[in-house]
Design a protein around this ligand. Sequence first.
Ligand SMILES: Nc1nc2c(c(=O)[nH]1)N[C@H]1C(S)=C(S)[C@@H](COP(=O)(O)O)O[C@H]1N2
Ligand SMILES: [Mo]
Length: 396
Amino acid sequence: MKQRNGSSVTRRKFLKTAGRVGAVAGLGHLIPGSLTSAFAQTPIPGKEKLLVRSVRPEDLETPVGLFNSFITPKDLFYVRTHLYVPRLEASTFKLQVEGEVERPLTLSLDDLKKLPRGSVTVTLECAGNGRAFFDPPVAGIQWEKGAVGTARFTGARLADVLKQAGIKASGRYVAFNGGDKPIGKMPDFVRNVPFEKAMHTDTILAYEMNGEPLPVFHGFPLRVIVPGWEGAYSVKWLQQIQVIPAEHDNFFVKTAYRYPTKRVAPGAAVDAKDMAPLTGLVVKSMITSPLDRATFKVGGIPVTGFAWAGERNVTRVDISTDNGASWAQAELGRDRERYSWRQFKFEFKAPAVGFYSIMARATDDQGNVQPIEPQWNPSGYLWNVIDRVRINVEAA
Ligand SMILES: Nc1nc2c(c(=O)[nH]1)N[C@H]1C(S)=C(S)[C@@H](COP(=O)(O)O)O[C@H]1N2
Ligand SMILES: [Mo]
């Protein structure tokens, strides 16, 4: 067998590939997304284990079974890009700060690194994570469970930079413009936050992720981190900060990332006046083990996963193994940071052979609980239905 570059495919490699295809043929409906990963090559070196939702612009999702640490390693961290990824140089990089300020600034990366360092450990989640589960289906990247991850971001505080520029009384919002390039007629990627969120000490201009310079696909050399809010606020390849008197009129502010202000029927069209910008994430859990449709022997089955709630804290996770008839509290992991998920653990003592649903339901510190029914919305945002995997238990 000759490949186009002339090298021959070894028998071992061929069998491995064939095995994977065979496994997919048998399991494709059980591990959604596995087809794409088996046949499409990663567009990002190092991210070979991720599911490819779009080759270009690059959208990659983490397979749930690979989440097993509090901090998500960079090679497993999901990627969401709307436009072409810019390759920026650290040495020539400039950040412009302008608009309703006393002193417009042009800052180099070194200028930013001279400011006091701040770090935040943040669970970043795409607003569209879980979109694939809505019925009727909605257009957009068909994320399943893995457009989420937790990283420690380090950088300068946005408030320090804004204070240096001096905000005029007319400044109400702070807009972020990334250096990525629009494709065809697509609009530029601009987002804004209300002044109060911009001035919060935990909102940072990050140049490091998990102790290393930001990887290119996560915004090298600079991104803003807006902790606890849906991922799109955390603008990558940040080049311009604009203090503005009212919401920006960019498409990604005025049209996208909006959610109905009242509950709507599945499939209904919603008037623009009945939509408001998304802000924080909602309480949610994800079972990372067992995998859906796994098989076990009668006995103890460890159940693990993560739960998060944006700006709020997860206070408990309950597990049901009897179709929701009864619930028992899972043990929460010790690792916990203000805006991060918490790991949960539970031992399911499978009493007999059979087929079981294992469900996880998180509660946050304001008493918000994951719902049983999804709240359908036109863009498929904020999916947070009680998570579920189903397993087979066989005789020991
Ligand atoms: N400049 C720019 N920033 C961006 C985006 C983008 O397309 N361009 N995508 C946003 C969205 S929708 C999400 S969910 C997060 C994803 O961050 P990650 O790719 O580092 O996981 O980045 C946000 N920041
Ligand atoms: Mo997103």
